[in-house]
Every structure is written in structure tokens, then in C-alpha cells.
Design a binder for this molecule. Structure first.
Ligand SMILES: NC(=O)c1ccc[n+]([C@@H]2O[C@H](COP(=O)([O-])OP(=O)(O)OC[C@H]3O[C@@H](n4cnc5c(N)ncnc54)[C@H](OP(=O)(O)O)[C@@H]3O)[C@@H](O)[C@H]2O)c1
Length: 344
């Protein structure tokens, strides 16, 4: 059984990863269609050892496509996802547009795969924010065993989380600093090279940013509405890989050894936690990998049943493309979708 898959945003950071991951995991495709804006018509992208010519989303007919992996930003998704879903093609969307919609499941397969079955009302499933995805993978096994009540998280987010132009901005600013050229600030509110910026997405009325609000709201929707979470989201001059410093407070007593044991056997997680220089994971090592890495696990004695840890993952993979492909695999493995076009 194989499926016709369209990738919207195939020329972007996440779209490239989606193509790679579909090929790496030998996803059962009958055909892969690369779509982007009309600016990219005819551009070539790689899918395994093949080259695909990019077509324009606006001219594409989805009536015999089974799965659309959508990664072209919120405005495109808002306009197109309902139209594509109405044509019977299941959209797995990477933007924030549909995440909190009551008829759209928000899914991280290691955490709430069963929720994917709720896609049928709109034929849309949402992928969470990149920072939320790796966080809930780490929290799920701890919550099941110790009952997580409260989370304090500070993020160190790479520039690729803001798209390919943002990566160019870090590169160009860094070059300008070394060449004594003019540092141009366009994509980020302040210079990002040799700097950190405590501001991602727009400000809300209460002083939090939308990125911080998303981590709170999405963790509740995916994992447990009773979990209290406060976040500080920070952009750092790293190309790929988001890091998080996490403190949790649990209902039950928790030791660092118990937490390490629980995390070691949990799906999607690799624990690298040696108490020596370099005995932890940094975003540089996580880039290009699928796992959510946990390091620096230790008890937090400042609260009852407290634990602190460090969590790193490739934001373009688990934070976006990999999670979307894993959702598509859930749909297939649980027989929630069938190919619309019978194989010849
Ligand atoms: N990067 C992350 O870590 C991450 C994590 C989670 C979610 N996301 C979400 O994933 C989406 C894409 O992110 P990205 O990092 O891949 O961005 P990106 O590198 O800037 O790529 C954007 C893609 O969208 C396409 N696009 C733009 N306007 C379009 C239109 N009108 N019609 C069709 N395609 C259009 C672009 O095509 P052209 O080349 O033709 O312009 C390009 O392929 C965003 O919604 C983002 O919020 C990203």
C-alpha cells in the first residue's frame, strides 16, 4: 500500500527535511509532489536519489493526493489547509494556525498518538511548536511516573526556527562583524550574531511572548491541561538545534537516578548524562539527529519533588519535519487512512 504525498513549502528549511526524512524512513510513497510559491516553479529539490521539479501550490489539484505535509507559514495554511482538507487530502500542518482549534488534533506521536484519530472533522492535524515538541517528549514519561505539576522552562532557540532567511541573517551578520562591514538587522528585532535575544514572536498583553504562550497552551493540549508552565523563550546564534533548561515540580517524590532510568527507556529520548566536561549534548551534536537528548539531570532541592534537566533536539526534525512524518506514519499504521488511488 502506498500513498501520494504533497509537500507544501518544499523549498524551505522544514520542507527539505521532510523530503529527506520521507526518503530515509522509506515512507510508503507512490508519488511525492514538491510544492511552493509560484516564485519557485521549476526549482529542483532532492528526494532520495531523485530530483523533483517544484510546482506552484496555487495550480495544484489535491483530489488524488492522500497526505499533504504543509510547511509554508501561517497565512498559507490558513487559506489552503481547509480547502485541501475538503478535497479529502489529510493535511499535517506545521504552522501555529490550527493548533488550538477544537476540531484539530495536536499530536506528538510519542505522547498522544491516539489523538490523531480526531482528524476527520477538518482533515487537518497540527504539529506543535518546535520548542513544545521536544519538551513534551521529555515530560511525558516523567509525568506518567511522577505526576508533573509545574514546569519552568527557558529556551535557547536556533535561528533556523525562524526560516531560511533568518539563517542567512546570522551568517551575513557574523561575516560583517569579522570583515568590519555593516551589520544589517532585518529578520530579528536586534542583532543576533554574538548576541542573544529574549524575544520570539509577538508580545502579548501580559508581557509574555506568543512563543512562550504557545509552549504553555500546547503542553496543556498535548499532555495534560492541569500542568502549569511558565516559559522564557530566547533566540541564540546557533544555526540548528533548540536547547531548553527545564525545572519540574512533581506530585510524587523523584530522584535524579529514578528520572534517568525512566527517561532511558522512553521512546524518542537518548540520555547522555556524564558528570564530566563534555558529558552532555549541545545543539551542534543534535543537529541532523532524530532523538530528543536529555542531559544534566539533577534534583532541584528548592522545591518539593523537584528535578532539573537540559533538553536538546534538532528543531527542523523532531520540532517540525520528523514529527509531521511520524504523524503520517501513525495514520497509516493505525489504518486511519487508505490510498485514494488504487495502485495500477
Ligand atoms: N523551522 C522550524 O524550526 C519550525 C518548527 C516548527 C514549525 N515551523 C513552521 O514551518 C513552516 C515553514 O518553516 P521554514 O522554517 O521551513 O520556513 P522557510 O525556510 O522560510 O520556508 C518557507 C516555505 O514556504 C513556502 N511558501 C511561502 N509562501 C508560499 C505561498 N504563498 N505558497 C506556497 N508556498 C509558499 C516557501 O516557498 P518559496 O521558496 O517559493 O518562497 C518555502 O518553501 C512555518 O509555518 C514555521 O512556523 C518551523
Amino acid at each position: 500500500m502506498s500513498f501520494k504525498v504533497a509537500i507544501v513549502g518544499a523549498t524551505g528549511n522544514v520542507g527539505h527535511e521532510m523530503l529527506d526524512i520521507l526518503a530515509e524512513r522509506a515512507f510508503p510513497v507512490s508519488e511525492v509532489v514538491a510544492l511552493a510559491s509560484s516564485r519557485s516553479i521549476g526549482t529542483e529539490v532532492s528526494f532520495g536519489d531523485r530530483t523533483l521539479k517544484v510546482k506552484a501550490l496555487e495550480h495544484y489539484d489535491f483530489s488524488d493526493t492522500d497526505i499533504c505535509l504543509m510547511s509554508a507559514g501561517g497565512a498559507v495554511s490558513k487559506e489552503w489547509s481547509p480547502k485541501i482538507g475538503a478535497q479529502g487530502c489529510v493535511v499535517i500542518d506545521n504552522s501555529s494556525t490550527w493548533r488550538m482549534h477544537p476540531d484539530v488534533p495536536l499530536v506528538v506521536p510519542e505522547v498522544n498518538a491516539a489523538a490523531a484519530a480526531g482528524f476527520t472533522k477538518m482533515n487537518i492535524i497540527a504539529n506543535p511548536n518546535c520548542s513544545t515538541a521536544q519538551l513534551v517528549v521529555a515530560l511525558k514519561p516523567l509525568h506518567d511516573r511522577f505526576g508533573v505539576k509545574r514546569v519552568v522552562v527557558s529556551t535557547y532557540q536556533s535561528v533556523s526556527g525562524a526560516g531560511k532567511e533568518a539563517m542567512d541573517e546570522l551568517f551575513n551578520q557574523t561575516r560583517a562583524v569579522f570583515a568590519a562591514g555593516e551589520v544589517q538587522v532585518k529578520k530579528f528585532p536586534k542583532r543576533i550574531s554574538f548576541n542573544v535575544i529574549p524575544h520570539i514572536d509577538v508580545f502579548m498583553e501580559d508581557g509574555y511572548t506568543k512563543e512562550e504562550w504557545k509552549m504553555m497552551a500546547e503542553t496543556k493540549k498535548i499532555l495534560d491541561p492541569k500542568i502549569k508552565l511558565t516559559a522564557t523563550c530566547v533566540r541564540v546564534p546557533v544555526f540548528i538545534g533548540h536547547s531548553e533548561s527545564v525545572n519540574i515540580e512533581c506530585e510524587k517524590p523523584i530522584t535524579a537516578d529514578e528520572a534517568r532510568e525512566v527517561l532511558r527507556t522512553a521512546p524518542g529520548i537518548l540520555v547522555i548524562d556524564k558528570h564530566e566536561p563534555g558529558g552532555y549534548i549541545t545543539p551542534h551534536e543534535a543537529a541532523g539527529e532524530d532523538a530528543t537528548y536529555i542531559s544534566r539531570i539533577r534534583e532541584d532541592a528548592t522545591v518539593e519533588n523537584g528535578l532539573a534537566f537540559w533538553c536538546v533536539s534538532d528543531n527542523l526534525r523532531k520540532g517540525a519535519a520528523l514529527n509531521a512524518v511520524q504523524i503520517a506514519e501513525v495514520l497509516i499504521n493505525r489504518k486511519l487512512i487508505q490510498p485514494r488511488k488504487k495502485a495500477a
